[in-house]
Design a protein around this ligand. Structure first.
Ligand SMILES: [Mg+2]
Length: 365
């Protein structure tokens, strides 16, 4: 995220007073309403906010087809007819479910803390479709109280207002726009995961270059080859890489992990993070590990594949989500049943399997 370091939560001081009052009023309302079992939505500045689009949370492929082939009126009518029929889960659903499980564990340990995941549903759907979305959310017992119905407009402004820590969408243009604004974001594709996922532990796997880190070293690989890259990484081993688009999300996960460590629950921590990089360990691994260390961040497992395919390893890890900037890694992961999300960032967008692609093709990727 591009929020300037140290100011990201403090940049809104003008409206802070009235905002504090508003939040205090909401807290009082929930504290007094003893009959509700629903948890109070956390304040965005305390929470780790995850914005998911309705098309990633639920499978809306059929509905989308109706919209594209028969138009908006028929689409809305179709949704109204099926209003009581919940959508089937979509590609981000297992991830969202895993976030809820972490929240349940956090609430047990810290009943009064607002340092939790907060999920915002972002949709450009017609308001009439909102009822079916709400019915589906309740059917699956998801805690999603914040809806952001953008009416077709870009959601980036809202994402900023909600202090979004991660945005997941099927629309790569919106994802790209979010990344340009410094918001961690990734594009998801329809993928029927065949892998059974943990329901007690959220597992998140990250690629390194152009995901957690900038693409500065990737540029050297692409433009000058591996030998120059190895020499370069050795020479600059002690110079941390610049941050990449997903760094802040790893940071947010680390913040919540430390809450479990503080209660002596490192072994049973319900969040586990993985670095899955094509880098070679001996030749180019030290720089990324030292960079993470310089940021005060850690990953639970660092896997250096030295150019080997990522799919088979991810199949063993079974992450709820895997982030990569290169489409061929995404495709390889998906073929073996891993839920993968594309981060459209950096020089890798101009290449496919090591070959430079022309601008019009790059646009499609
Ligand atoms: Mg990469």
């Amino acid at each position: 995220m591009s929020k300037p370091e140290g100011t990201e939560r403090g940049g809104q001081s003008n409206s802070d007073n009235s905002e504090e009052k508003d939040w205090a009023a909401v807290k009082a309302l929930f504290d007094n309403a003893k009959t509700t079992k629903k948890p109070r939505p956390p304040k965005p500045s305390n929470a780790v906010t995850i914005a998911v689009s309705s098309r990633t949370l639920f499978n809306m492929v059929t509905e989308r087809k109706v919209f594209e082939e028969e138009g908006l009126e028929r689409y809305v009518a179709h949704q109204l007819e099926l209003e009581d029929q919940p959508f089937t889960p979509g590609v981000s659903f297992p991830f969202v479910k895993a976030l809820m499980n972490v929240n349940a564990r956090l609430r047990e340990l810290y009943p009064d803390s607002e340092e939790l995941f907060d999920i915002v549903l972002v949709t450009n759907n017609h308001a009439q479709v909102g009822v079916r979305l709400i019915n589906s959310i309740n059917y699956y017992d998801l805690t999603i109280e914040r809806f952001c119905m953008t009416g077709g407009e870009s959601p980036v402004g809202y994402l900023k207002a909600y202090m979004t820590n991660l945005y997941l969408s099927k629309d790569s243009k919106k994802v790209q726009e979010a990344i340009e604004e410094g918001i961690a974001a990734a594009t998801m594709f329809t993928c029927d995961s065949e892998n059974e996922l943990s329901d007690t532990q959220l597992r998140v796997a990250f690629d390194g270059d152009a995901v957690l880190f900038s693409d500065e070293s990737e540029i050297i690989v692409k433009e000058h080859g591996l030998d120059t890259f190895f020499r370069h990484e050795k020479e600059f081993e002690n110079k941390p890489l610049a941050k990449g688009p997903l760094k802040c999300f790893l940071e947010a996960l680390g913040k919540l992990q430390r809450k479990f460590y503080a209660k002596n629950q490192r072994i049973s921590c319900p969040i586990r993070t993985y670095l899955v990089t094509a880098r070679s360990a001996a030749s180019a691994g030290a720089r990324v590990l030292k960079t993470l260390r310089s940021w005060g961040l850690e990953v639970d497992e660092a896997l250096f594949l030295a150019g080997a395919p990522k799919g088979p390893l991810l199949q063993k890890i079974r992450p709820h989500i895997f982030f990569d900037d290169q489409m061929f890694h995404i495709e390889g992961a998906q073929e073996l049943g891993t839920i993968a999300a594309h981060v459209p960032y950096g020089i890798g967008q101009k290449y496919h399997k090591g070959k430079r692609i022309d601008a019009s093709e790059a646009e499609k990727k």
